[in-house]
Write a protein that binds this ligand. Structure first.
Ligand SMILES: Cc1cc2nc3c(=O)[nH]c(=O)nc-3n(C[C@H](O)[C@H](O)[C@H](O)COP(=O)(O)OP(=O)(O)OC[C@H]3O[C@@H](n4cnc5c(N)ncnc54)[C@H](O)[C@@H]3O)c2cc1C
Length: 569
């Protein structure tokens, strides 16, 4: 293993803390942990490949004189459609200013208006409170945090290392197994922090990067952790929709600055669906586009248009240089023509259930960022609250109480060399399932859902899960035992194991989303059902899953979820 800050001759297999993921949540967590602890950041690709690096619009904080955390709290709770945990939201908004101060102090170059930080207003925010760095805010934050991490002697980085499993001893998480440079190794730690981001790759249309395969939720669930509210997925209304182009996000801030939506005939339709038009909450605007397209076209791949021509040219140049550049790459001149857009899966409100300290239901296992369900977002996230959540909850880790065990644990021996595994004949099946999941999920658990279609999709995904379980490569991954490292002489074994591991995660996560969506017979926030189109007070509950049991949280009130849970099947 080649950790960034270690000479290659030193092989360490025991850290105080392992952080899985190098997005905003992972990097900031590592920086907030007490500096006497030895920390490993393990990330499955290069350092800067998570959603954080792609965040455009900005980060919310009620720091303007006319604003207040109370307004921010009310906006967040309103967007959350009855499922936010008020005490947790209060914690988020009241700690926003400190997190921003810390970023500014570290050198994040937010845009300024004179001496002051510039702020914009995004959909469903009552005040201008979104700080930004042009339209590449995530990049500005990640560059700064990465530089800090690289300069921290107590933090080691292992990139291109895919975490395969959590390592449990009794009911306690005490490390991970990971795949790196043709080896599977086991690394111990007193605490493991999941910061693996979202799961947008389960959908055919997503703004998320390739690494967003829901690994954290899948790993935690398979280890017995409680996962929560997985049916709530936010579909961003405006992703670039053009043949051979990625579903590149066109930030909400563009509509905040005055851009509007037009249909194919040039009609501005958003006000037909909500009195706030283009600035209605995300789920409302996404459904408006979806319904409008259903009404006006029958084409599956159809799109509407986002017209920026009412925004002054200098303003577009100043605020959205990256959008101008990306659109130009795909032949669109945003100054003279509207951008073809349609909704795409964007943000997963659900995740691994945690308390205010990031602690999951498994001792020793923490979750931070998009992979966690802290109670902040409820059924629908308020724009620009997610980067903030990553930072505010990572700060909580400064209080972590663990013993330092850094060094080499007894089991580090010479790697056992395994002959080339014969998985070649199975890869075709795995790839076929990998490619089929997103289309199935888009059509069955996308913007509009119904019992019949969900049940059919559950049957299909169950079939895939069973099929995968019979494959040798899946059995191999399932039966790995924490002992000596395993080395593969054939380089393609690593590639095959990686495809298999991510596909297993995707089918598990798809299964959990479908189960949760079929379970909730109402419409709320990011979960809309054709057959139950109304919000129901009977469903003022969280959906919890542990192993094969699906639960409702106890009676839910604005003051927070009752910890009592009822077993329902
Ligand atoms: C296009 C886009 C624009 C956005 N704009 C905004 C915005 O303006 N404001 C806002 O607040 N939010 C925005 N969001 C949402 C926000 O960016 C994310 O919610 C947030 O950045 C998530 O951070 P994270 O650290 O939890 O995950 P990520 O940044 O996604 O990082 C996850 C990390 O985990 C690693 N990883 C995953 N699985 C494994 C594994 N098995 N083993 C090892 N490593 C693993 C990944 O490689 C990656 O490094 C946007 C999201 C997207 C996609």
């Amino acid at each position: 293993m080649s950790f960034s800050n270690l000479p290659s001759s030193r092989q360490i297999n025991q850290f105080d803390v392992i952080v899985i993921g190098s997005g905003a949540a992972g990097l900031y967590s590592a920086l907030c942990l007490p500096s006497h602890l030895q920390v490993a950041i393990v990330t499955k690709d290069e350092m800067k490949t998570g959603s954080s690096n792609w965040a455009q619009g900005g980060i919310a904080a009620a720091i303007a004189p006319q604003d207040s955390p109370q307004f921010h709290l009310e906006d967040t709770i309103k967007a959350g459609a009855g499922l936010c945990d008020r005490s947790v939201v209060k914690f988020l908004v009241e700690n926003a200013a400190t997190s921003i101060e810390s970023l500014v102090e570290m050198g994040v170059a937010f845009d300024r208006q004179g001496q002051n930080l510039a702020m914009t207003k995004e959909a469903a925010h009552s005040h201008s409170r979104v700080l930004h760095s042009a339209d590449t805010t995530g990049k500005a934050i990640i560059n700064t945090l990465t530089a800090r991490v690289l300069a921290s002697p107590n933090i080691q980085i292992l990139s291109q290392a895919l975490v395969l499993n959590l390592w449990l001893e009794g009911d306690r998480c005490q490390g991970v197994s990971l795949l790196h440079q043709n080896q599977i190794v086991w690394v111990k730690a007193s605490a493991v922090i999941l910061a693996t981001g979202g799961g947008g790759q389960v959908y055919a249309r997503t703004t998320n990067p390739e690494v967003s395969t829901g690994d954290g939720v899948a790993l935690a669930w398979r280890s017995g952790a409680i996962v929560r509210d997985l049916e709530f997925f936010q579909f961003h209304p405006t992703a670039l929709t053009k043949e051979n182009a990625p579903h590149f996000l066109i930030t909400e801030a563009v509509r905040g600055e005055g851009a509007y939506l037009l249909d194919l005939s040039g009609y501005r339709f958003a006000f037909d669906y909500h009195s706030d038009g283009e600035l209605a909450p995300r789920d409302v605007v996404s459904r408006a586009i979806f319904n409008h397209l259903e009404k006006t076209t029958n084409s599956n791949g159809a799109n509407v248009y986002l017209d920026l021509r009412s925004i002054p040219t200098e303003r577009i140049n100043y605020r959205f240089p990256n959008i101008i550049k990306v659109c130009k790459n795909y032949g669109i001149d945003v100054f003279n023509e509207p951008i073809p857009v349609a909704p795409a899966a964007h943000y997963w409100m659900g995740g691994v259930a945690t308390d205010l300290q990031g602690q999951t239901s498994i001792p020793g296992l923490y979750a931070i960022g998009e992979t966690a369900s802290t109670g902040v977002h409820g059924a629908n996230r308020l724009a620009s609250n997610s980067l903030l959540e990553c930072l505010v909850f990572a700060t909580q880790l400064s209080q972590i109480k663990i013993e330092s065990n850094y060094g080499i644990s007894q089991s580090l021996g010479k790697a056992k060399i395994v002959e080339s595994k014969a998985w070649n004949h199975e890869i075709g099946t795995i790839l076929l399932i990998r490619q089929s999941i997103p289309t199935l999920m888009w059509h069955s658990a996308g913007i509009a859902r119904s019992q019949e279609i969900l049940e059919r999709a559950i049957a299909q995904v169950s079939f895939w899960r069973e099929k995968l379980a019979t494959l040798d490569v899946a059995k191999y991954l399932r039966d790995l035992k924490p002992n000596r490292a395993i080395q593969f002489p054939a380089p393609n074994a690593e590639k095959q194991l990686r495809i298999a591991a991510e596909t297993l995660n995707l089918v598990d996560v798809s299964y959990l989303i479908l189960k949760s969506a079929a379970w909730r017979t109402e419409s709320r926030g990011g979960h809309y059902r054709h057959d139950y189109p109304q919000v129901s007070s009977n469903w003022q509950f969280h959906t919890l899953i542990q192993s094969d049991r699906i639960y409702s949280s106890g009676e839910f009130s604005d003051r927070g979820a009752d910890s009592k849970m009822a077993r329902v099947n």
